[in-house]
Design a protein around this ligand. Structure first.
Ligand SMILES: [Zn+2]
Length: 408
C-alpha cells in the first residue's frame, strides 16, 4: 500500500552545501528507502491536525531507520499525518526495476552465462544496468534482447514474491545472486516465470509484467574495461519517446516535401550543400584578394613604415583575415588596420610586420584592444596579428582615423 497514517517520531535539521534540509522518522512508512539500485520514494505528508502538506523529496535507510527528506518542517509536528507515496513516480520506477530483471535474464540468453550484473540504477525516468561483457553489443544483439524482454512483457507474467527464504534454499533453487553482494540468512526472491528470472531483490516490482508496457534500449556503452552499460526506458516514457521520434521523422520528411527515399534525398542535399559552401568560400577568397591591390595602392609612407588604416566591405572575419595576410605577405614594414562590419557588428583587425613588432615595440594585440574602445568591444591576439569585435558600428570611423596616432 502506498498510503499510511503515521506520526513523526524523530526529526533533525541537516545543512549540506549551504542548503537546509530536514529529516523525519515516521512511526510507520509506506515509502521505499533507496536500495538495490532503486531510488527512494518521494511523496506527501499531510497533517490531520492542520491540513498542512509537506513534500517528501527522498527516502533513505540509516541504521535500520527510514529517513524521509524534506525542505520544510511541518508547523505542527504532533498528531497524526497521512503519508502518501507519489504513485506515478513509484509505478514508473517499478516498471523500470522489473524490466532490469527481465533484461538481466535476456542478456544471459543472448550474450552468454558470463554476463553478470555489475551495478544498476533505477528511477522513474530510466533504468541503467551495468554488466560484465568484453565486447560492444552488436545491433543484432540489442534487437534480440529487446525482443525477448518485450515478449516477456506481453506474456503478462505475474510477479512471484517470496519473503524470508533461507539463503541456501534460494541458491539451490537457481536464483541469481550478485557476486560480492552481502546477503542475510533470509532473503527475498523475486521471480518472473520460474524458468526465466529468479533474483534476490529487496526492491519494489510490478504485479505482472504487462504493466511495463514497452521496453526500449536507448544506449549501450563502455564504462570500464570489460563492463558495458545499458540504458533503457519503459512504460509512459517509452511511449513518449516513440511519439517524439515519429513526430521528428514526420517533420523532417515534410521539410523535404516527402521524398520517396528520405535518406538518399537528405544525402543529396548534404552533398550539394558541401559543394555550395566550397563555391562560396572560393568566391569570398577571390573577393578578398581582389581588394589586395586596392589596399596596396592606398598605403602611405610614415617614416620608414608602410601605413594604412581603412574600412573594407567583406562578408566575414575569415575574408578579412585572408586579405590581411595577403597584404602582409606582400608589403614590408607594414602597419595595417582594417575595419569591417559583419551583420551590423563592427570589427577591427590589426596587422604588423614581424620586424616592426620586434624592433619598434608595436604590438597588434595592445593596439586592437585600445582601438576597440571606440566600438564598445574587446579582443586580442598576437603582436603581429590581432582582432576585436564590438557593439557600436558608429565608432568604427573614429577608430580607423586615430590608428595613425600609434606611430607618433
Ligand atoms: Zn531487483
Amino acid at each position: 500500500t502506498l498510503t499510511a497514517v503515521t506520526e513523526v517520531i524523530k526529526y533533525r535539521k541537516v545543512v549540506s552545501k549551504n542548503k537546509e534540509q530536514f529529516q523525519l522518522v515516521l512511526s510507520v512508512s509506506p515509502f521505499y528507502a533507496e536500495g538495490g539500485g532503486q531510488v527512494g520514494d518521494s511523496g506527501e505528508l499531510v497533517s490531520e491536525e492542520t491540513g498542512e502538506k509537506i513534500y517528501i523529496t527522498d527516502t533513505k535507510k540509516e541504521n535500520g531507520l527510514f529517513v524521509h527528506f524534506t525542505n520544510k518542517l511541518p508547523l505542527e509536528l504532533k498528531g497524526t499525518f497521512v503519508a502518501q507515496v507519489d504513485k506515478t513516480k513509484r509505478i514508473d520506477t517499478e516498471n523500470n526495476h522489473s524490466a532490469t530483471h527481465l533484461l538481466h535474464a535476456a542478456l544471459k540468453q543472448v550474450l552468454g552465462s558470463h554476463v553478470n550484473q555489475k551495478g544498476s540504477l533505477v528511477n522513474a525516468d530510466i533504468l541503467r544496468f551495468d554488466i560484465s561483457h568484453f565486447a560492444k553489443m552488436t545491433e543484432e544483439e540489442v534487437k534480440q534482447v529487446e525482443d525477448i524482454v518485450n515478449a516477456k512483457i506481453r506474456e503478462n507474467i505475474p510477479l512471484k514474491e517470496e519473503r524470508n527464504v533461507p539463503y541456501q534454499q534460494a541458491l539451490d533453487s537457481g536464483v541469481t545472486a550478485l557476486f560480492g553482494e552481502k546477503y542475510g540468512d533470509f532473503v527475498r526472491v523475486i521471480t518472473f516465470e520460474d524458468q526465466y528470472s529468479k533474483e534476490l531483490c529487496g526492491g519494489t516490482h510490478v504485479k505482472a509484467t504487462g504493466q511495463i508496457g514497452f521496453f526500449k534500449i536507448v544506449s549501450e556503452s563502455a564504462v570500464a574495461a570489460g563492463v558495458r552499460r545499458i540504458e533503457a526506458i519503459t512504460g509512459t516514457r517509452s511511449a513518449a519517446v516513440i511519439r517524439e521520434h515519429f513526430e521528428l521523422v514526420h517533420h523532417l520528411k515534410e521539410l523535404m516535401n516527402n521524398p520517396k527515399d528520405f535518406v538518399s534525398a537528405l544525402g543529396k542535399i548534404i552533398d550539394e550543400n558541401g559543394a555550395l559552401k566550397k563555391e562560396v568560400e572560393k568566391s569570398i577568397t577571390e573577393k578578398s584578394l581582389a581588394l589586395k591591390s586596392d589596399l596596396e595602392a592606398k598605403i602611405q609612407q610614415v617614416g620608414e613604415i608602410n601605413f594604412l588604416s581603412t574600412i573594407v566591405d567583406l562578408p566575414s572575419a575569415e575574408a578579412v583575415k585572408t586579405l590581411a595576410y595577403a597584404v602582409k605577405g606582400a608589403v614590408n614594414n607594414l602597419f595595417l588596420v582594417i575595419g569591417a562590419e559583419f551583420d551590423g557588428k563592427p570589427s577591427l583587425t590589426v596587422v604588423i610586420s614581424d620586424e616592426l613588432a620586434k624592433e619598434k615595440g608595436l604590438n597588434a594585440s595592445n593596439i586592437v584592444r585600445d582601438l576597440a574602445k571606440d566600438i564598445q568591444g574587446g579582443g586580442g591576439g598576437q603582436p603581429f596579428f590581432a582582432t576585436a569585435g564590438g557593439k557600436n558600428p558608429a565608432g568604427l570611423k573614429g577608430a580607423i582615423e586615430r590608428a595613425i596616432d600609434f606611430l607618433k
